[in-house]
Write a protein of this length. Structure first.
Length: 152
């Protein structure tokens, strides 16, 4: 089943012979798991590391890759990786930040450290002198009344 969009293909090249090819964990998964190629690695609380995947991609024009956390790690590791553009052909790295306050996070080569989701880039930018009106208008942070409580 292909849905409403034309099914595109992403080409992947192993730059490291030990690199694992990205796979979906389930048939309905949006992302493809990315694995580390580094040996035993530990991320201290508050630290950020760059993790090589040993892979390069050829993403179709009009698409980009977004690196996202795996759900099982998202409470203590976040990804801060930039989008992977269609014209980039170098190795993809995952940038991980340990947001846990007291515990380090360890993993070995071959560990699924993040996932990559491919999304269409369908917009063009057009400069105008006026924008259309909406009910919200220019209301920004907290304009809907959902501001969190702040400590004093």
């Amino acid at each position: 089943m292909t849905g409403f969009l034309k099914r595109e293909r992403v080409l992947v090249k192993r730059l490291d012979p030990e690199a694992k090819l990205p796979v979906r964990s389930t048939c309905g998964a949006a992302g493809f798991d990315l694995c580390s190629t580094v040996g035993h690695h530990s991320i201290m609380p508050g630290a950020t590391v760059v993790v090589p995947t040993g892979l390069a991609f050829e993403i179709p024009w009009g698409w980009c890759g977004l690196i996202r956390p795996r759900s099982s790690w998202s409470s203590f590791l976040v990804t801060v990786s930039p989008p992977i553009d269609a014209d980039y052909r170098g190795q993809v790295h995952v940038i991980l930040r340990n947001v846990h306050q007291t515990q380090s996070v360890a993993f070995d080569a071959g560990t699924r450290v993040a996932q990559i989701i491919f999304v269409p880039v369908l917009l063009d930018m057009v400069e105008v002198s006026e924008l259309s009106d909406t009910d919200r208008g220019a209301g920004g942070f907290g304009s809907t009344g959902d501001l969190p409580l702040r400590e004093r």
